[in-house]
Design a protein around this ligand. Structure first.
Ligand code: CA2
Length: 146
């Protein structure tokens, strides 16, 4: 079984519990279910969420040996974290960056992403469908399709 890491940054544990006008009413458990269902045969997901930058970096290191790709919504660390970028730069398989909201329609500080300097694909504004598209793309790339 090939494993896709689906990593989520700070405050995403609140998904479905606060600010539904921006992030919708579905929860992280719904994300997990949708991502698992989106996998091709022979693939599975490991969905993780942390409010701590170092924990996310440790999971990216773990993923180097344990995964065929990463789908990551780094939350606010997207816009601040050179350390997460460095960890992803030391990770070889494909990386897809996902944002639930359309960050480019929001405040200027959300328009820049350190993670985009490494990501093989970037999805914003599709809601939870962005995670599904990310998982589909990793399955495709990990199966050798371009
Ligand atoms: O649109 C996204 O997915 C973001 O990565 C979400 C981050 C934000 O800082 C980025 O600019 C864009 C914030 C995640 C907070 O998630 C919440 C979910 C529900 C309620 C409150 C926060």
């Amino acid at each position: 079984m090939k494993t896709i890491y689906v990593l989520n940054g700070p405050n995403l544990n609140l998904l479905g519990k606060r600010q539904p006008e921006i992030y919708g009413s579905a929860t992280l458990e719904d994300v997990e279910r949708l991502c698992a269902a989106a996998c091709d045969a022979g693939f599975g997901i490991r969905l993780l969420q942390s409010n701590h930058e170092g924990q996310i970096i440790d999971w990216i290191h773990e993923a180097r040996e344990a995964s065929c790709g990463i789908v990551i919504n780094p939350g606010a660390f997207t816009h601040t974290s050179v350390a997460i970028l460095d960890a992803l730069n030391a990770y070889e398989p494909p990386v897809i960056e996902v944002h639930i909201s359309q960050v480019h329609k929001r405040e200027a500080f959300r328009h820049h992403s350190y993670v985009s300097l490494r990501a093989d694909g970037v999805i914003a504004g599709l809601g939870l469908a962005g995670y599904v598209a990310g998982v589909r793309r990793i399955c495709q790339l990990a199966s050798g399709a371009g």
